[in-house]
Design a protein around this ligand. Structure first.
Ligand code: TYD
Length: 215
């Protein structure tokens, strides 16, 4: 089993039910003696959490949103993710760049070429190689039809800017995730999030186990 750093991101539309499974995986890795950094985007550092509050609550155009989430990502990558990976830890990150392609790109219609440029710029780590771009080792995508996610979210809490978007928005976000997965299928584990909680957990656990990362 690997003892080098491991970077796993978790994605899906709002209401897809990522959180309990991320916590479950953290426990499973810790039970096997691995140090785990549990973090999220936008956020994960004091500066990035401030940017998160702005992005989730203040109206702004899609480009401003994209620039803010990438600024938050740069700070998070340099001060939390990279140090944890170099200590050999497992980094479990609730959302990463695929969310930007899905929400700002597919959801809000921001230029995908521009997002690709930002991705390569922000995630470049020349100290690790001239062309090295940090990407998750695995992205667990909780795939749930937008109508079902909307039912799950209804009345759950006061919705933020994204959670209050119509079903059509989340259909576009899902298609954005599908497009990202199609471009890099080996990086993704697509989980049917319509399943029972136990069924979803088994699929998530197996996605990690089959890669030899959990016994
Ligand atoms: P989410 O991860 O669902 O956290 P919580 O469970 O606390 O609501 O919320 C983050 C929101 O931010 C979500 O609606 C998706 C959005 N988001 C973007 O629009 N772009 C991004 O790049 C990221 C990382 C998130």
């Amino acid at each position: 089993m690997t003892t080098s750093g491991l970077f796993i991101s978790f994605e899906g539309i709002d209401g897809a039910g990522k959180s309990t499974h991320i916590d479950g995986l953290a426990q499973a890795f810790r039970a096997q003696g691995r140090a785990v950094t549990l973090t999220r985007e936008p956020g994960g550092t004091p500066l990035a959490e401030k940017l998160r509050t702005l992005v989730l609550n203040d109206p702004m155009d899609a480009m401003t949103e994209a620039l803010l989430v990438f600024a938050a990502r740069r700070d998070h990558l340099l001060t939390v993710i990279e140090p944890a990976l170099s200590r050999g830890e497992v980094v479990l990150c609730d959302r990463f760049t695929d969310a930007t392609f899905a929400y700002q790109g597919a959801g809000r219609g921001f230029n995908l070429q521009m997002l690709m440029i930002l991705e390569h710029w922000v995630q470049a780590l020349p100290a690790l190689g001239e062309h090295f771009i940090r990407q998750p080792d695995l992205t667990v995508w909780f795939d749930l039809p937008a109508e079902i996610a909307a039912q799950r979210l209804a009345g759950a809490r006061v919705p933020d800017k994204f959670e209050s978007q119509p079903v059509e928005f989340f259909k576009r976000v899902s298609s954005g995730y599908l497009a990202r997965m199609s471009g890099e299928p080996e990086r993704f584990a697509r989980i049917n999030a319509e399943n029972t909680r136990e069924g979803v957990w088994l699929d998530v656990f197996n996605a990690i186990k089959t890669r030899g990362w959990l016994g």
